[in-house]
Design a binder for this molecule. Structure first.
Ligand SMILES: *[C@@H]1O[C@H](CO)[C@@H](O)[C@H](O)[C@H]1NC(C)=O
Ligand SMILES: *[C@@H]1O[C@H](CO)[C@@H](O)[C@H](O)[C@H]1NC(C)=O
Length: 988
């Protein structure tokens, strides 16, 4: 699969709309008079207890706040930070009880490293330029092994300002990003025909050297650029350029972002990096100033001297405590609603909620009452709670009453416990018509510090439910109350399964969620897969509304489970559920089941299948569905990004079949395939995040989403590496250019998950084809040929409407100067058909197809350079935005002859190594390239100046050394790495 990135970026200026955030489910950071508040850092429950993690977090965010203040030219710093300590750590008096803070919604997470990505800090970004990232991931080792971290990434506080650029302002990396299959552009040809390193600013000085020989780089005749092993080594000494943090935060001189003012911060918009590709060549500073933080004069520079040290609050999580708050008003008697609610709640209480959690139940209509106090979940208490589900619906609706009752339940049996951090799962089908209303109890909700998950049961449910969830960091769902919707079951499951942070045991994973229609002449059959990572506590539930059903389940070896099996087959005629509970570890492989009913009528049955992981340590594959926004103003943004993150631990799972299922207020069901191809809504190829634009809006109101992932045809594989798209640049180039990602085939598996709800307002039915193709973001130069005077270009097709369907033609244009193509694209020279040597610009592939053409250019020779840009056009003439611009040199480059080698005396170089390079951090040893540079460059110098003897003498006086893992000698009491680094001959 070749690389592609495209995307249409629309930056919604957030004063009136909600679209800027890639996900509203994250904890909301605010900014007030330059101080960011309500930042949440959370430590994963599986991170070993270590006080130095907390101490170092406080230290680096305190120093980072000063760096941020400098980098934003006195506009912003971090004022308040909350650190969530997991419940697995020893309680301390200074820890307050957690309120709405949770690991799953945190802005910065502290969790184990991805095996291959190591401890490199990164930010998960789903959306495009200017869109908030999801979270910053720091590892325990990054935080505790500070010498190592500073050696590799430079000042830890400054590194945070790099990640903050990703997280808060949707900036991207300004170094060359090495995407899987995407062209790697460490160098590019500028408007003067010179080969220059991809960086910002272009005033940063350094050298282009072959990383193996440390000789000056040679040019490759097939691209006109430098050979593949050529890297740019920025000078560590004598560097004066202050920008940019999004390029190389580890350089001491770098203290700011690139901007568009003439001066040393001047943005390098010709550089071929992800920032320029996604942000259309705009500087980091300009993108930042257009976010809501600084738009229209918000948060102007602070004149007076202020203390930028943040205040820290430490809070600790508790066990899961849930108050089920169920609507029993009269309308719940319609359309079997109470039965459906009881079926979903029964499955939740019997099979989904984990042992050790606490659950209580309240009912409300025009008043509320507690049916069950908080009860610890055990085998026996589950059934007593099921008895607390409602059987009568009657009276008006007072949602505020229900919420207050839920808070009372979370105060425990004594009524004196702190409800903070408890969950209310609120289900309601009605508009409130008795006080207190939802908005009347906001103060009580805030004070109690509870998290409210809401399930809007039918389109008639109160519009304020979503706001209640967003306000409390809760989840929001919509059940359209149709016969075939599984959204109610899925919502109940998601409230538990998406929050592993609270559980001491492993949680069930949903494998299957569907509605089957039994034909009159029955039965109906289906299959599901159990992969080897799952199989514990496997439960299949089948619920019906009309006539009793019968179920037969057959395991991969043909063993039958049916109603004769009194242990595993459980029939509940009251709730109208059959549950097949596999009592041992379920066999891996393809399972079958069939469902029949006694009646001759066609009948719909809802089927849910869940299973738990077999291992506590080896993570199973999971799917997490995320929507670009929970609120859509259709007249402003007639589209919504839907993302599904498929991963095993932090490793991306690529090439799986993924689709979103969207139920609309018009009662339509849309199946939307999601792709991880770097096109359209998908900003990074092969990162395990599958994306697409949803466009089939049919009305105002609530839309419910679930995602389905399948690897039944064994196409998927697990990548050994991930998230290379965003993160601080390590000082050593070979750390971000390791061997290509390795892929391990994934065994067959299936997964489903709820994506919650989004709400649409101001819907206008489109008239004709109004939507343009997405912008192409991944135009790249594959090759150039001096002989043919030609350039081979490649990109990924976008759709007719954004990334959906097929566009009708391409408009490919060129110029000999970057600025003229950028400013005057439509009047630049088009590539005419007679210039196309291979490919065809009028034949357009389906969205996601990799396209390429070979085009002939009029002139070749010394310093000849061409710039290209492309636009996709649909059959109605709608044009996408101009793509990223690329350059190609048509200068004659002589074929490479012999590789230039640096000759060194091996023994001498080893000696030099051990003397000069005794600076290295103890853990992983000296970066090989540093040794190389030091060795190669220094030896030449050393020999030339006749220093070898002197060095040998000096060596005998050095402190004792020992060998590290890489076989490199280092000092036990080595000086601080950075100091030594600056002293070495790297810069020569
Ligand atoms: C944030 O910090 C300021 C000043 O340190 C303090 O007055 C304020 O109460 C804090 N706010 C929060 C939400 O912690
Ligand atoms: C773009 O076109 C206008 C009008 O022809 C011209 O004045 C301007 O200089 C052009 N810009 C560049 C950068 O070539």
């Amino acid at each position: 699969m070749a690389g592609r990135i495209l995307l249409s970026l629309v930056i919604c200026y957030l004063l009136t709309c909600f679209v800027v955030s890639a996900s509203d489910l994250r904890n909301t950071i605010t900014i007030h008079e330059g101080g960011y508040e309500n930042i949440l850092i959370a430590i994963n429950k599986d991170v070993a207890e270590d006080q130095s993690i907390i101490d170092n977090l406080i230290d680096i965010f305190s120093s980072g706040s000063g760096h941020l203040f400098t980098a934003t030219k006195r506009r912003a710093y971090w004022r308040n930070i909350t650190i969530l300590i997991p419940k697995t750590w020893t309680p301390k008096p200074e820890y307050e009880p957690a309120k709405t803070e949770s690991f799953e919604t945190a802005n910065i997470i502290i969790d184990a490293a991805n095996p291959e990505w190591d401890d490199n800090p990164y930010t998960l970004q789903l959306g495009g330029c200017g869109v908030h990232g999801e979270y910053i991931h720091l590892t325990p080792d990054y935080l505790t092994d500070r010498a190592n971290s500073e050696y590799i990434w430079g000042s830890m506080g400054k590194l945070l300002t790099h990640e903050w650029g990703h997280l808060r302002w949707g900036l991207f990396d300004e170094y060359h990003t090495e995407g899987d299959g995407e062209s790697v552009q460490k160098f590019y040809v500028n408007s003067f025909g010179d080969i220059v390193a991809t960086r910002c600013s272009d005033q940063l000085e350094g050298e282009a050297l072959n990383i193996n020989t440390f000789a000056p780089c040679q040019r490759d005749p097939s691209t006109g650029l430098y050979e593949e092993d050529c890297f740019f080594f920025p000078n560590l000494e004598g560097q004066t350029s202050p920008a940019s943090i999004m390029y190389a935060q580890f350089l001491d001189s770098v203290i700011g972002y690139c901007d568009s003012n003439d001066g040393p911060h001047f943005h390098n918009r010709e550089a071929q990096n992800k920032h320029n590709k996604l942000c259309d060549g705009r500087s980091a500073w300009d993108v930042m100033l257009e976010t809501e933080d600084f738009l229209e004069g918000n948060n102007p520079p602070i004149e007076e001297d202020i203390d930028t040290t943040p205040t820290f609050r430490l809070v600790q999580a508790r066990e899961r405590r849930v108050a089920l708050v169920l609507d029993v008003s009269g309308s719940m008697g319609n359309n079997d609603r109470l039965t459906k609610l009881n079926q979903a709640a029964t499955q939740y209480l019997r099979y989904t909620i984990d042992d050790g959690s606490f659950v209580g139940i309240a009912h409300f209509s025009d008043y509320s009452r507690t049916i069950a106090h908080l009860t610890e979940i055990t085998d026996t208490s589950r059934e007593s709670l099921v008895l607390g589900l409602p059987d009568i619906a009657n009276g008006p609706t007072c949602i505020g009453c229900g919420i207050l009752e839920g808070i009372e339940i979370l105060k425990g049996v004594s009524g004196t416990d702190d409800p903070a951090g408890g969950y209310i799962l609120l289900v309601s089908d009605g508009q409130q018509n008795r006080q207190p209303y939802i908005e009347d109890v906001f103060d009580e909700v805030d004070e109690a510090g509870v998290i409210i998950d809401t399930i809007a049961f039918s389109e008639a449910a109160d519009p304020n439910l979503l706001e209640l969830s967003v306000r409390t960091n809760g989840l929001a769902f919509f059940y359209p109350d149709t016969a075939t919707s599984t959204a109610l079951n899925d919502a109940f499951t998601a409230t538990v399964s998406t929050r592993p942070g609270l559980s001491s045991e492993t949680l069930p994973i949903q494998l299957y969620s569907g509605a089957l229609t039994i034909p009159a002449d029955g039965p109906i059959e289906d299959t599901f897969l159990i992969d080897s990572s799952l199989g514990v506590n496997t439960v299949l539930t089948f619920s019906w509304l009309d006539d009793p059903i019968d179920v037969v389940v057959i395991d991969p070896f043909g063993v039958i489970i049916d109603s004769n099996d009194t242990v595993q087959y459980n029939r509940d005629d009251t709730a109208q559920i059959i549950a097949v509970v596999i009592n041992e570890t379920a066999k891996t492989g393809l399972w079958r089941f069939s469902v029949d009913s006694e009646s001759d009528d066609v009948q719909t049955v809802l089927v849910t299948i869940e299973s738990k992981p077999t291992s506590q340590t080896d993570a199973p594959i999971t799917v997490n569905a995320i929507v670009g926004s929970q609120t859509i103003d259709h007249t402003v943004t007639p589209r919504l990004e839907i993302f599904a993150e498929v991963r095993k631990g932090y490793l991306p799972v690529v090439n799986a079949g993924v689709q979103a299922v969207i139920e609309s207020p018009g009662l339509a069901t849309t199946y939307l395939p999601l792709f991880d191809n770097g096109a359209g809504a998908d900003i990074t190829k092969n990162d395990g995040i599958y994306s697409a634009y949803f466009l089939q809006f049919d009305n105002n109101g609530r839309y419910s989403i679930k995602v389905q992932v399948s690897n039944e045809d064994s196409t998927a594989s697990i990548s050994s590496r991930s998230r290379r798209s965003s993160g601080g640049l390590p000082l050593s180039p070979d750390r971000y250019t390791p061997s290509p990602a390795a892929y391990e085939p994934a065994e067959p598996f299936v997964r489903t998950g709820s994506g919650g709800v989004f709400e649409v307002e101001n819907f206008v039915a489109p008239i004709g084809d109004e939507l343009a193709p997405s912008r192409i973001n991944d135009l790249g130069v594959l090759a150039t040929s001096y002989d043919e005077s030609s350039v081979t270009l490649q990109w990924t097709a976008v759709g007719d409407d954004y990334d959906q369907g097929t566009a009708s033609s391409y408009d490919l244009r060129y110029a000999t100067a970057f600025d003229s193509l950028r400013e005057n694209f439509t009047t630049s020279d088009p590539i005419m058909d007679d210039q196309v040597l291979a490919g065809n610009l009028s034949v357009v592939g389906l969205s996601g197809t990799v396209e390429s053409v070979v085009v002939k250019l009029p002139v070749r020779g010394d310093k000849v350079v061409y710039f290209f840009g492309i636009v996709a056009v649909d059959e109605a003439g709608n044009e996408g935005d101009v793509s990223n611009l690329v350059s190609a040199s048509l200068e004659y480059v002589a074929p490479t002859t012999t590789q230039h080698e640096v000759t060194t005396d091996t023994e001498q170089s080893t000696e030099y190594k051990t003397t000069t390079v005794n600076r290295v951090k103890p853990k992983s040893g000296l970066e090989p390239w540093v040794v190389g540079v030091v060795t190669a460059v220094s030896i030449i110098l050393a020999v030339a100046v006749g220093l070898v003897v002197a060095l040998a003498c000096k060596m005998s006086t050095l402190p004792k050394k020992k060998m590290n893992d890489d076989g490199i000698l280092y000092n036990d009491n080595a000086i601080k790495p950075t100091t030594e680094y600056r002293n070495n001959a790297y810069m020569a």
